[in-house]
Design a protein. Structure first.
Length: 175
């Protein structure tokens, strides 16, 4: 099972609803959704009426990824994925990413498309220099948490560059 730990804030309820609706189109329904509020502490769940296991708010003094780190400790999935609410996954994301992990890799990355950059395609590169937080899954038992800093996801992914499984298909779109 993949635990989707979705970063959002109170100003983006429409994006969160769209994200969750896209997840229901997966060809393999083997996931859970945990909402990690990275906003100002207002209740984003008032606009979202989906069955999510947890809704977490970090201490407002903590860094951007603190809610995701808290959520990872509660996740039930064997794999963790950390998208923002503006993510969109192709229907085969869960099945192909889980398949890629069967060889024992600690992390799998997929190709992705950055819509804000004119639809730029970002295939997985061998050194994992261009990986977005929503474009990888990691084994839960290998996740040590994101460190504070603007490139927390990039620093985390780099430690697994040599062992990562790479799925060349574009499975993730960031809006």
């Amino acid at each position: 099972m993949i635990s989707f730990i979705v970063g959002t804030d109170d100003s983006r309820p429409a994006e969160l609803i769209r994200f969750i609706r896209h997840l229901t189109e997966q060809t393999l329904y083997d996931y859970e959704v945990i909402i990690a509020d990275e906003g100002k502490g207002m209740n984003v769940m008032t606009a979202v009426r989906y069955d999510c296991r947890y809704y977490l708010q970090p201490d407002p003094r903590d860094f951007h990824y603190s809610a995701k780190n808290m959520a990872a400790k509660l996740a039930k999935g064997e794999y963790l994925c950390f998208p923002q609410d503006d993510a969109e996954y192709m229907p085969s994301f869960v099945s192909l990413m889980q398949l890629a992990m069967q060889g024992g890799a600690p992390l799998a990355v997929c190709g992705w498309k950055q819509m804000e950059m004119g639809g730029r395609l970002m295939p997985p590169d061998p050194h994992l220099c261009r990986v977005d937080v929503g474009g990888f899954i990691v084994r839960a038992d290998r996740f040590t948490g994101f460190d504070p800093g603007p490139l927390a996801d990039g620093h985390f992914v780099q430690q697994f560059a040599a062992e990562a499984a790479k799925v060349p298909e574009i499975l993730y779109v960031k809006h």
